[in-house]
Design a protein around this ligand. Structure first.
Ligand SMILES: Cc1cc2nc3c(=O)[nH]c(=O)nc-3n(C[C@H](O)[C@H](O)[C@H](O)COP(=O)(O)O)c2cc1C
Length: 200
């Protein structure tokens, strides 16, 4: 499996959990509320979004650049100073509340980046995880396979089944297999272009 997909700061805050054993697949189907796609597909994969793997991944990225002798000063500052500020919210989330206030107030005076209070950190990692899922879905198509993304699942049972730590959540499940004519339930009706594309 190639593991290349766009991801925020290249921190790859995702994990693909393959429900390989029969028992895990069966439990996965239940967690996916016995949806047809989950039951009919031979393979189920959970795409997990992590808010707490940034330190490990950042350290590996920086160590690799350092070993290669290609770590630039700006890059070091970015990963050492900005990234911890973005991903951490301090004891009892105090820093998170500060970030929650300082962003909108600062923005009244000049453009400021989102410093990511807790709920925005979750959005951030889910964006990257969803893009990784979409990239994987396209790669599957290129290899002649098909997939169905599913957000119709029980998130609490999913977390338990996959044994996820506190900072992790299932972004979606992917049912993977070969397409069946019966698998498409109805035509894809597109809403008008002007509802979804806007020019300023
Ligand atoms: C985030 C996301 C969640 C989805 N959840 C489900 C789901 O739980 N069950 C399902 O059968 N399809 C699910 N779908 C598939 C959509 O219903 C489907 O992509 C959409 O209706 C367009 O149809 P098409 O992709 O077959 O053209 C999901 C798609 C996305 C992107």
């Amino acid at each position: 499996m190639r593991r290349q997909a766009p991801g925020s700061s290249n921190l790859q805050p995702w994990e693909f959990v393959i429900l390989k054993s029969e028992a895990a697949k069966e439990q996965g189907e239940k967690v996916c509320l016995d949806q047809t796609a989950a039951k009919r597909a031979p393979l189920l994969i959970a795409i997990v979004a992590h808010t707490d793997t940034w330190r490990r991944n950042r350290d590996l990225i920086m160590a690799t650049f350092t070993k290669r002798g290609t770590l630039r000063k700006r890059q070091g500052t970015y990963y050492r100073k900005l990234i911890p500020l973005v991903y951490t919210n301090g004891p009892l989330g105090v820093l998170g509340w500060w970030k929650h206030l300082v962003g909108p107030v600062g923005s009244l005076f000049r453009p400021v980046p989102n410093m990511m209070p807790r709920h925005d950190t979750r959005v951030m990692v889910h964006k990257s995880a969803a893009l990784a899922a979409a990239t994987f879905m396209l790669a599957l198509r290129a290899e002649g396979y098909d997939s169905c993304p599913m957000e119709g699942f029980d998130p609490w049972r999913a977390k338990k089944l996959l044994n996820l730590p506190r900072g992790a959540e299932v972004c979606m499940f992917l049912a993977v297999g070969k397409r069946s004519d019966k698998g498409v339930w109805w035509d894809r009706i597109l809403v008008p272009r002007e509802w979804v594309v806007r020019e300023l």
